[in-house]
Design a protein around this ligand. Structure first.
Ligand code: NAD
Length: 501
C-alpha cells in the first residue's frame, strides 16, 4: 500500500480577506502593565505559515530588559490582585470563557495559520482552551482551608491557602491556546500575577488571548506577555531575579531540565509538563474496531504533534497484522494540505526541524528492518509536510521507540505476553500517558496499575479534559494541570498555630 494523500499546497498562498482580518486584529506588541508596547530595543521577529513557509506578520521581539519590566509589573500588581474577591476573579474568567467561545472561528483561523493544524481541530482546541477558564472560574470561589484540634488537644491549627505570587509561564507551540489557558486560568483563580512567554512559532494565539482577557476586565499588570525569538535570554533573568515565585513550564524534557536548574537558584515552585513517549497497547481480546478508532485519535490528533500522541504501538501477535492493515488503510485515506482547505486532516508540521526529525526517525527504523505500509517520505517544499505513515516490525532499540516522533507516524511492533508488553511499555524515561485496549476487566485494571504513567487511556484514545488532573511521572514532569488539583499548583499552604481557646 502506498499513501493516497493528495499533494498539498507547499508554495505561495494568497491570504484571504478573512485571514488578513484575523491577523490585523492581533496586537503584535508586548503587553506590560496593561499597555501594548514595542520591544525596548525596537526588534521584531516574523511569524511563519508552516504550510507555505511565508511570513504572516511580525511581532515584538522582547529582550532581557523587557522581561524584567514585565516581571516588575507582575510584582507590583500582586498585592492588589491577591486582595481581589474570588468572585471577581471568577467573573473575569467566565467573561473570557464566553469571549473565546464567541470568537471561535476567528481564533481557530489564526491558530491554523501560525501552527498548521486543520481548522476543525483548531476550533476544538479553542473549545478545550475556553473550558479551562470556565472550570477555573468555578474553582476560584472554592479555595478552602481548615480548623482542627491538635492530637493533644492543647492547640488548634488554622490552615489557609494563599496565592504563590508572581509566576513565570512558558508555553509550547503545539496547543498554543490551551497550554496558555491551562496555566493562566488557575493563576487568575488563585490570585497570582504572571508573565507569559509563549513559543516563538505561535505568538499570535497568546496575544489574541491576552487581548480577550483585557476585554474581560483583567486588571493591569496581572497578565504580562513577552513574545521573543530568544527564549533563553528572556526566561532565565526572570527565574534568577528573586521576585518571581513560581515557574510553570510546558515543553520538551530537554528544556524543562535546563529551567529546573535555573529555578533552583531562587528555589521557585515549579510545575513541569514535559515530553512523552506514549505506548498504545492492543491485546488479542480488544475490540479491534475501537482500537483502530482510538489509534487514529491518539496518533493523528494535532498531526501527531502532541505530548500525548501514541508513539509506540505494541500489539499482541494474534491481531498485529490485522490491526496494522486496518490502521494503514485509514491513514492512507487522510487528506494532507493547508489546514484551511476542506477535509484536510494532515496539516504541515511546525517547521523544517520537526519534519527532518520525523524523516530521520523513519529512516533509522527502516534501516533496522521496519516495513513501510503507507507514507514514509517527506514532501519537498517550503511547506513542511510529512504524510500519514504506518511502519510495522519496528525493531527493539530503534530511535523511533525512544524519542518523541511529533509527527503522523505510527510505529508498530508485536508482543506475545502481557508481561512482555508492560516491560516494553515502561522501558522509557518518559511516563506521561499510556493507552490500553482490552475487553478483559481484570487485565484492564492490572495493566493500568502496572504502567508507569500519570494518565491511562483505557479503551480511549484521548485523555485530555480540563476537569481531570493532567500530568506525567518520571521525566514527563512534575505536578498536575486541570482538575480539582490544578489550582493547588498556584497556592501556598499557610498554617497558623493557636492555643486551645
Ligand atoms: P520546547 O521545549 O522547545 O519549547 C517550549 C517553550 O520553551 C517555548 O516557549 C520555547 O520558546 C521555550 N524555550 C526553549 N528554549 C528555552 C530556553 N533555553 N530557556 C527558556 N525557554 C526556552 O518545546 P516545543 O517544541 O515548543 O514543544 C514540544 C514539546 O512540548 C514536546 O516535547 C511535547 O511533548 C511537550 N509538551 C508537553 C505537554 C504536557 O502537558 N506534558 C503539552 C504540550 C507539549
Amino acid at each position: 500500500m502506498t499513501g493516497s494523500t493528495t499533494t498539498p499546497q507547499t508554495t505561495a498562498h494568497a491570504l484571504t480577506e478573512r485571514e488578513r482580518e484575523a491577523l490585523a486584529a492581533v496586537p503584535g506588541e508586548l503587553f506590560i502593565a496593561g499597555r501594548w508596547l514595542p520591544a525596548a530595543g525596537g526588534a521584531r521577529f516574523p511569524v511563519l505559515d508552516p504550510a507555505t513557509g511565508e511570513v504572516l506578520c511580525e511581532v515584538a521581539d522582547a529582550d532581557r530588559d523587557d522581561a524584567l519590566d514585565a516581571l516588575t509589573a507582575a510584582h507590583e500588581a500582586q498585592p492588589a490582585w491577591q486582595a481581589t474577591p474570588p468572585r471577581e476573579r471568577s467573573e473575569i474568567l467566565r467573561r473570557a470563557y464566553q469571549l473565546l467561545v464567541d470568537r471561535t472561528d476567528e481564533l481557530a483561523l489564526l491558530m491554523t495559520m501560525e501552527m498548521g493544524k486543520p481548522l476543525a481541530e483548531a476550533a476544538a482546541e479553542i473549545a478545550y482552551a475556553a473550558e479551562f477558564f470556565r472550570w477555573f472560574a468555578e474553582e476560584a470561589v472554592r479555595i478552602d482551608g481548615g480548623y482542627t484540634t491538635a492530637p493533644d488537644g492543647a492547640s488548634r491549627f488554622l490552615v489557609l491557602h494563599q496565592p504563590v505570587g508572581p509566576c513565570v509561564l512558558v508555553t509550547p507551540w503545539n496547543f498554543p491556546m490551551a497550554m496558555g489557558t491551562r496555566k493562566i486560568g488557575p493563576a487568575i483563580a488563585a490570585g497570582c500575577t504572571m508573565v507569559l512567554k509563549p513559543a516563538e512559532q505561535t505568538p499570535l494565539c497568546a496575544l489574541a488571548l491576552t487581548d480577550i482577557l483585557a476585554q474581560a476586565g483583567l486588571p493591569d499588570g496581572v497578565l504580562n506577555v513577552v513574545t521573543t525569538s530568544r527564549p533563553g535570554e528572556v526566561v532565565e533573568p526572570m527565574l534568577r531575579d528573586g521576585r518571581a515565585r513560581k515557574l510553570s513550564f510546558t515543553g520538551s524534557t530537554q528544556v524543562g531540565r535546563l529551567l529546573l536548574a535555573q529555578a533552583a537558584d531562587k528555589v521557585l515552585r515549579t510545575s513541569m509538563e514535559l515530553g512523552g513517549n506514549a505506548p498504545f497497547l492492543v491485546f488479542d481480546d480488544a475490540d479491534l474496531d475501537a482500537a483502530v478508532e482510538g489509534a487514529m485519535a491518539a496518533k493523528m490528533r494535532n498531526i501527531g504533534e502532541a505530548c500525548t500522541a501514541a508513539n509506540r504501538f505494541l500489539v499482541q501477535r494474534g491481531v498485529a497484522d490485522e490491526f496494522a492493515r486496518r490502521l494503514a488503510e485509514r491513514m492512507a485515506a487522510l487528506k494532507m494540505g493547508r489546514g484551511t482547505e476542506p477535509d484536510v486532516v494532515v496539516g504541515p508540521l511546525i517547521d523544517a526541524a520537526g519534519r527532518d526529525k520525523v524523516t530521520e526517525l523513519v529512516a533509522d527504523a527502516v534501516a533496522g528492518g521496519a516495513n513501510v505500509l503507507t507514507g514514509g517520505t517527506a514532501l519537498d517544499g517550503p511547506g513542511t509536510f510529512y504524510p500519514a505513515t504506518v511502519l510495522t516490525g519496528v525493531p527493539a532499540g530503534a530511535r523511533i521507540g525512544r524519542e518523541e516522533i511529533f509527527g503522523p507516524v505510527a510505529a508498530i511492533s508485536a508482543f506475545d505476553t502481557e508481561d512482555e508488553a508492560i516491560a516494553a511499555a515502561n522501558d522509557t524515561e518518559y511516563g506521561l500517558v499510556s493507552y490500553v485496549y482490552t475487553r478483559d476487566l481484570a487485565r484492564s485494571l492490572r495493566v493500568a496499575e502496572r504502567l508507569d504513567a500519570g494518565m491511562i487511556g483505557l479503551n480511549k484514545g484521548v485523555v485530555s479534559n480540563p476537569a481531570a488532573p493532567f500530568g506525567g511521572v518520571k521525566q514527563s514532569g512534575l505536578g498536575r494541570e486541570g482538575g480539582r488539583v490544578g489550582i493547588d499548583e498556584f497556592l501556598e499552604t499557610k498554617y497558623v498555630a493557636i492555643p486551645a481557646p
